[in-house]
Design a protein around this ligand. Structure first.
Ligand code: GRF
Length: 211
């Protein structure tokens, strides 16, 4: 089996990156995290990557005088590393259109709610959980999906839910949801590596999985 070269893009603490390092990277899964890209030089995820000997790149749109130059540089970095799969694991910047085109159905992201609830522009970090608590939902969860031009709008690969208790706070809910994120993101990446994901009319079928 050919290795799947993965680029993980992050902006923050990188606990999802850590889950991918622990469950996917250089194991017998056939997946290898070739590089970790961040728009934030202070992201703790960069330290996690370096601790595991993974190459890191810090690249931010603001460093470039044109959006095109930024886009070209990012494409070049990904192509040079022969990346087959991009994983957005808490990446709080926009992915240029060109990359969305080149990597159609090869960019996976994780969102900390059950899409289509509490998602789209402005729903990131603790805000997602604050909105869920405020609305009084009894279940929330996490969604792994492909990325397209619509924010949080790509085909859904896996969802898993958690109960929301009356006494939960945004912080406690975030903790519960993170735990399942660390389960389903590596699982979706594993399905991708095993070439079991099919996108049919905007919906995902995972070969050999009951859903
Ligand atoms: C996670 O909640 C993820 O769903 C969201 O951003 C957060 C990243 O957390 N997209 P971490 O950096 O992986 O700890």
């Amino acid at each position: 089996m050919n290795k799947t070269n993965i680029a993980v893009m992050i902006s923050g603490s990188g606990t999802n990156l850590q889950a991918l390092i622990d469950k996917i990277h250089n194991k017998d899964t056939g997946g290898n995290i070739e590089l970790v890209i961040s728009n934030n030089e202070n992201a703790y995820g960069l330290v996690r990557a370096r601790n595991s000997g993974i190459r890191t790149v810090v690249i931010n749109k603001n460093q470039y005088d044109s959006a095109l130059r930024y886009e070209e540089t990012l494409v070049e970095i990904l192509e040079k590393a022969e990346i087959n799969l991009i994983v957005l694991a808490g990446y709080l910047a926009f992915v240029p259109d060109k990359i969305l085109e080149i990597y159609e159905n090869r960019i996976i992201s994780i969102h900390p709610s059950l899409i289509p609830s509490f998602c789209g522009r402005g729903f990131y970090g603790e805000r997602v959980h604050q909105a869920a608590i405020h609305r009084g939902v009894k279940i929330s969860g996490a969604t792994v999906h492909f990325v397209n031009k619509i924010v949080d709008g790509g085909p859904i690969i896996i969802q898993k839910c958690v109960n929301v208790d009356f006494n939960d706070t945004a912080e406690s809910l975030q903790k519960k949801v993170l735990e399942i994120e660390h389960e389903i993101l590596p699982l979706a990446v594993k399905f991708f590596i095993e070439n079991r994901i099919r996108v049919i009319d905007g919906r995902v079928k995972v070969i050999g999985r009951r859903q």
